[in-house]
Ligand binder design. Sequence first.
Ligand code: ADP
Length: 399
Amino acid sequence: MSNSLVLVLNAGSSSLKFALMDAQTGAAMLSGLGECFGLEDARISWKRDGQDKQELMFEQGGNHHEKAVELIVELVESMNVNDQLVAIGHRVVHGGEKFAQATLLNDSVVNDIDALSDLAPLHNPANVMGIRAAMKAFPALPQVAVFDTAFHQTMPQKAFTGAICNELYKEYGIRRYGFHGTSHYYVSREAAKMVNKPIEETSFISVHLGNGASVSAIRNGESVDTSMGFTPLAGLMMGTRSGDLDPGIIEFLMKKGWTHEQVFDTLNKKSGFLGVSGLTSDARGILEAMESGHEGAKLAFEVFTYRVAKFIGSYMIPLDSLDAVIFTGGIGENSLPIRREILKNLKLLGFVEDVAGNEAARFGNAGVIGASEMLGAQVLVIPTNEEFVIASQSAEFAK
Ligand code: ADP
């Protein structure tokens, strides 16, 4: 029996993902998802080890984050593991420049996270709500914040500085922060094991492709550049986000009478796969529609894969050598045709697909899916596990 269980909470604006996890092995005894908070069909579902999935609809009104945490407390209590629970780990999206590592939460740190809401208005207030609910429910346990931005705080100034008036950085903190740090951290550590080198001697390009997507150049285990920026809107094309675009388009649309809400709603929620295909934000849906000859889906596939390849190419710049390109995230872990097309786009850099490897590395299986002899680099698929990182970093505070 384990002595170090951590409850991992990941609160979004209308959702709460959770897992009760062994901080040493990563085995989850309980995991679940609350979603549609604040809406008519607010609900929570969970699965206990070895049991069927269960679901509960929430009544309207009240604070669904708090209700979800109350239910999680009941679930944990019913499992009789309270004596093994050593910490609560919270995923927090934005830690600004203040938080470069996992941090023990107290009222003052929670206030600091709240104050960073300016930089992440959709995410940090939800994270704070989750933290406050959990502090109320588990007052005796250490509560730890693990930040999405923290891993990227090692970026050199030339990588995080925008080519804009420096006053904007001084006045408002406008710079590249980067996100998905926990995922890039995890897969780079796993990749070091796969290439059989100490992490301090490795060079990787980590490519996280999920609904959100980002690339990170990681040298000697540290992030030296990443494609998300001041907000998660920057960089790659995503499920519904545009990624990088000409800022002149914003002015053009506003001159046409669009409000700034309309512009940013379009760039955040109606662009990417959804916008280009006119069909869906979901990569699986894009691939299926493409099979049946949908032109928009085909274009979305081409734009997406072309852009990912361009980013991979440009992320060689901060590195002196390359041990591996790592694919992760829902698309990176599963989508064989998307990985294949990205590698085709990288042919000038010598990348060649290992067809059998690409076919085998899916649905939770890691593997080698290609290589560039010219660069001495492998192409790896590694399923990410952000919860495990949060659990193990949080457990450190329990010692
Ligand atoms: P999030 O960023 O919300 O955590 P995920 O990492 O789960 O998202 O990634 C979701 C994306 O992964 C969706 O576009 C989904 O279609 C895609 N995906 C999941 N499984 C497959 C698959 N078998 N083939 C292609 N794409 C997949």
